[in-house]
Write a protein that binds this ligand. Structure first.
Ligand code: AMP
Length: 125
């Protein structure tokens, strides 16, 4: 069920629990600002989620409230993970769903990295 991205951050969400170590994940990368792990329900051969460590609901919330250091760290982490997964030559897709119409289900900012196969058109008509 898509969430309302204008609500305050709820630290009971699944990704907050992963960040606190209360739930497991298959980690692929971690640094001061970001954690990356495999999506539990992959939609492509490569489907990795990258999340910031701070309490941000969505891309919108992150852009409005995060520090320059957090934003730089997160953006660099997304690039690092994709490069590390050797997807730069073949190409890949980044996606971040925001709120109800965006189809966001977990209320902690995450960027999906998709790759490993031709990804087709951006959206189905
Ligand atoms: P979104 O619809 O953009 O909010 O995407 C949420 C994503 O989180 C979906 O692709 C889910 O498969 C994924 N997901 C949900 N729970 C977990 C989990 N425990 N570990 C890894 N991925 C998860």
């Amino acid at each position: 069920m898509p969430i309302d991205a204008s609500l305050p951050y709820d630290d009971g969400n699944i990704f907050a629990k992963i960040l606190r170590g209360e739930l497991p994940c298959t980690k692929v990368y971690e640094d001061e600002h970001a954690l990356a792990f495999h999506d539990i329900n992959p939609l492509a051969p490569v489907h990795i989620l990258v999340i910031p460590k701070g309490p941000y609901v969505s891309w919108d919330d992150f852009a409005a409230r995060a520090s320059d250091a957090e934003i730089a760290g997160f953006v660099r982490a997304v690039g690092h993970v994709a490069r590390d997964a050797e997807m730069v030559v073949q190409g890949y897709r980044l996606l971040s769903n925001v709120g109800k119409r965006g189809g966001q289900e977990v209320p902690h900012l995450h960027v999906h990295i998709f790759g490993g196969q031709p990804l087709g058109p951006m959206l189905a008509r």
